[in-house]
Design a protein around this ligand. Structure first.
Ligand code: H79
Length: 478
């Protein structure tokens, strides 16, 4: 190989591995990559939003975890067709019973809004294969196959726009148990109805159904996000084709990383997407150097499951939100409405409590970024900056976020006595001076004392909220 060619090849490899988005001026790559600036402009609202509502709603909401008086073995009610190997003919009859007369798009949006959520993502089609929107490609959709006959995707997207909440569509792109799909490595296709299905069936489904349905979603609802769930059925060429189509029809629409695969991307920044979805309920262990989001649940199941009472409490939700944000991520928190169209009360109760917390502390969440330190166990009590020797102090979990000249120190427990935060000592923030400290929601003055090794903060007498308490530390350049 000629030296220039080797150099060019190496150059291209490095470019591809390290920074595909920076290579948009390469005509070969420009089709699939873009500049970091283009990406940043598209995700700007999403970085600001931080907290959203995921909605799992479909035919599975009717059996809600119970089939023929048997409790479906897994927590995931949306998997019941697969778990019980229910034949398409039998499962499809659920459509005739889907009549969520209590559904009120504006009420759902109001719940999201009160919870402090800035976007909403609805399951337009889950693995069961039923379309929760009016589709010309199949009559197996909510308008044509149910007594309800209303396009809930349209109603929700309209209500979201009205309330200035961003709207997204979840779409199961690689699994569809209503249709022959070929086999996949995960054995998560419908092999009971379609034992002889072949790879060509997937290609046919993808070209004549899945991709055209995505076009329908983009054209009819203008989603701000396409949230794919996938398991690597698609070839690279199919992913590329899908990606180009989305960029053409919805240039500003965000795409999550599962467009390609449910697994963690092999390279960062990952191709074909605007942000990484981590595993279900999986929080990244550190900032990822790229936008990421955790899809989480309030109990075990995503779809409504009548037997799932495994609720996490509001304190835990706040704690997860704070942890995610401290690592630069977003939290897409799920609710599973009933077949009547109601968000279960235990979910609403928790969301209202989180909303009350967000009202006081949202400033530390919205539009904030990971700080250079995202976590510290801070002693509260005798070990202060003045006398750091004592080890009698209790430790408080502190997580950090930052915005402008402020660092937010978010305490996951109430510090009973003075708190010593080491990362905010003079050595931790060189070249900057503390200008002011306050606790969000509190009008009491906070006394502070900074040494090389830490910042000691006094504790107000009254708690301004529940669960987690935020010191805002403002800095000026020295
Ligand atoms: O939509 C939600 C899940 O239904 C979906 N992703 C979130 C957002 C999802 N698809 N695949 N998976 C989750 C992972 C698959 C998990 C499985 Fe299982 C483990 C399939 C079979 C074993 C859990 C347990 C589901 C069925 C049994």
């Amino acid at each position: 190989m000629k030296p220039q060619l080797i150099a060019a090849t190496i150059g291209l490899t490095i470019l591809t591995v390290l920074s595909p988005r920076a290579s948009a001026d390469d005509p070969q790559l420009a089709k699939t990559v873009e500049s970091a600036q283009e990406h940043a402009a598209r995700v700007a609202w999403w970085r600001e939003a931080r907290f959203g509502m995921f909605i799992h709603w479909g035919l599975y909401s009717i059996p809600a975890g119970v089939w023929k008086n048997q409790i479906h073995a897994t927590g995931y009610s949306e998997w019941i067709m697969f778990g019980e190997q229910i034949p398409v003919k039998e499962y499809a009859q659920l459509a005739g019973r889907f009549n969520p007369v209590k559904f009120d798009a504006e009420a759902w949006v109001a719940i999201a809004k009160q919870a402090g959520m800035k976007c909403m993502v609805l399951t337009a089609k889950h693995h069961e294969g039923f379309s929760m929107f009016k589709s010309k490609l199949t009559a197996y959709n909510i308008v044509d196959a149910t007594p309800f006959k209303r396009d809930v995707t349209k109603e929700l997207s309209d209500a979201c726009r009205e309330a200035r909440i961003r709207f997204g569509c979840y779409y199961s792109i690689d699994r569809d148990w209503y249709r022959p799909q070929g086999t996949n490595n995960y054995k998560q296709n419908n092999s009971w109805d379609y034992p002889d299905t072949k790879r060509e069936d997937f290609d046919h489904y993808f070209a004549t159904f899945a991709q055209p349905q995505i076009a329908e979603l983009l054209t009819n609802y203008h989603p701000d996000v396409l949230w794919f769930d996938g398991i690597e059925m698609k070839t690279d060429a199919q992913v590329d084709d899908l990606y180009q189509m989305i960029r053409n029809l919805g240039p500003n629409c965000l795409i999550n990383s599962r467009i390609q695969s449910g697994r963690f991307p092999r390279q960062i920044p990952p191709p074909y997407c605007d942000y990484i979805s981590t595993g279900d309920n999986e929080i990244a262990d550190k900032p990822l150097g790229f936008e990421w989001e955790n899809p989480g649940t309030l109990n075990t199941s995503y779809g409504y499951n009548q037997g799932d009472t495994n609720w996490v409490d509001a304190r835990e939700v706040v704690s997860r939100l704070v942890e995610i944000v401290s690592k630069g991520g977003n939290y897409l928190l799920n609710v599973g409405p009933t077949a009547e169209g109601v968000i279960p009360q235990p979910s609403v109760d928790r969301l209202m409590e989180v909303g009350a917390w967000m009202k006081v502390n949202g400033e530390a969440i919205y539009g904030s970024s990971a700080w250079k330190v995202f976590h510290e166990q801070a002693p509260s009590g005798e070990e202060t900056a003045k006398s750091p020797a004592s080890n009698a102090a209790a430790k408080v979990d502190v997580r950090f976020s930052t915005k402008g000249n402020s660092v937010y120190a978010i305490c996951l427990a109430w510090p009973e006595k003075d708190l010593l935060i080491k990362a905010l000592g003079k050595q931790g923030v060189p070249g900057k001076a503390v200008a002011a400290v306050r606790m969000l929601g509190s009008s009491e003055a906070v006394k502070w004392h900074q040494t090389d090794n830490g910042l000691t903060l006094s504790v107000p007498h009254e708690k301004p909220c529940h669960y987690a308490f935020v010191y805002r530390v403002d800095f000026t350049e020295k």
